[in-house]
Design a protein around this ligand. Structure first.
Ligand code: NAP
Length: 319
């Protein structure tokens, strides 16, 4: 029986898969129809696991790999990784922070501009001949010089804030802890931040601790002219409350890269022109996806050589 060093539960692209396999004895469980469940003793020698935020890493996966020392995950979210199990087992975990901030922030801005200025609707208006048939497109909402609120001023939140200053916007944020050394105002209450904001961008972590943080009172505070943007996780926003606020006109509009259920079925949002949707593609550019895969590979190599990950996450703090 082959003794494997690395288990790869998700393919990270042909270039990555080939380079990893050229260096180590890699068990590619994604090639098997039963995935990880199709293996037993082959997993016993594995020291490092490669996964993605979509495939996650569960308690059962930890239990199947008694020699496991590190999990290298592709993506920055860790809501699908069982960090408590990792901490209990003393397994180090890395994600791919930093390299995707620009693209996720760019997409937040694409959604913000598209929702405020209704660019997707305008595109359909021209392409389907409505311009000629109906004439002038309805008035939309100004962006520059307005108030930008950010829920979660982490790496991505800060990249979104920086872009806001380029649009001459006043920027404030809410998180559990105020940040030192940033030029943006802190709001201790999310409802107060929403009440102040013209645009509220959700950029905090997902998971149980932030579930439905954006609820009916927050949406009410944002108000009939307010626009909500979510590039974080669908779970952070109470989607039923969001739909209700949009339908009743209590909220002005929404731009969403993430939804509570993904991939979303033909959606209730379809009838709402004041909503812009994207299929969870914040980091999905060729350049950024390559940089993310590169950072996973660098983490695996660093761990194999030194026993240390390059971009570990703090396990207890983040759970
Ligand atoms: P980060 O640097 O760790 O920042 C996370 C922020 O969330 C921090 O400001 C943190 O501040 C705040 N936060 C955590 N718990 C909170 C709570 N209970 N209430 C309020 N704020 C809270 O993470 P990042 O790299 O910017 O990424 C942020 C998230 O973006 C990821 O976790 C992921 O879910 C999402 N994301 C989405 C895409 C996409 O494709 N759409 C791509 C990448 C990432 P405090 O600790 O002070 O509260």
């Amino acid at each position: 029986m082959t003794l494997y060093d690395v288990v790869q539960v998700a393919s990270l692209g042909q270039g990555f898969d080939e380079r990893l396999a050229a260096r180590y004895r890699v068990l590619q469980t994604w090639q098997s129809p039963r995935g990880l469940a199709g293996f037993g003793d082959e997993l016993k020698s594995v020291r490092v696991a490669v996964t993605s935020v979509r495939h996650g890493f569960t308690q059962a996966m930890f239990e199947a790999m008694p020699a496991l020392q590190a999990v290298c995950s592709w993506g920055v979210g860790h809501d699908t990784l069982d960090l408590a199990a990792a901490a209990d087992r003393g397994v180090a975990v890395s994600t791919t922070p930093g390299v995707l901030d620009d693209c996720v922030a760019d997409l937040a801005w694409a959604l913000l501009l598209s929702t405020a200025r209704r660019t997707a609707e305008g595109d359909r208006y021209v392409k389907t001949g409505q311009w000629r048939a109906l004439g002038q497109f309805p008035l939309t909402t100004k962006v520059s010089g307005k108030r930008l609120g950010i829920l979660g001023l982490g790496r991505i939140g800060e990249a979104i804030a920086r872009r806001g200053t380029g649009f001459d916007m006043a920027v404030r944020y809410h998180s559990r802890t105020p940040r030192q050394g940033v030029p943006y105002g802190y709001e201790a209450s999310l409802v107060a931040l929403a009440g102040w904001s013209d645009f509220l961008v959700v950029a905090c972590v997902g998971g149980a601790a932030t579930r439905h943080l954006v609820n009916a009172p927050v949406l009410r505070a944002l108000g009939p002219r307010g626009i909500l943007i979510n590039i974080a996780r669908g779970s952070v926003v109470d989607q039923a409350a969001l739909l209700s606020a949009l339908r009743s006109g209590e909220l002005g509009g929404a731009g969403l890269d993430v939804l509570e259920q993904e991939p979303a079925p033909a959606t209730e949002f379809a009838a709402l022109d004041q909503v812009s949707l994207m299929p969870h593609v914040g980091s999905a550019t060729r350049e950024t996806r390559e940089a993310m895969s590169e950072l996973v590979l660098d983490n695996v190599i660093a761990f194999m050589q030194s026993g240390k990950l390059l971009t570990p996450i703090a396990l207890r703090e983040s759970s």
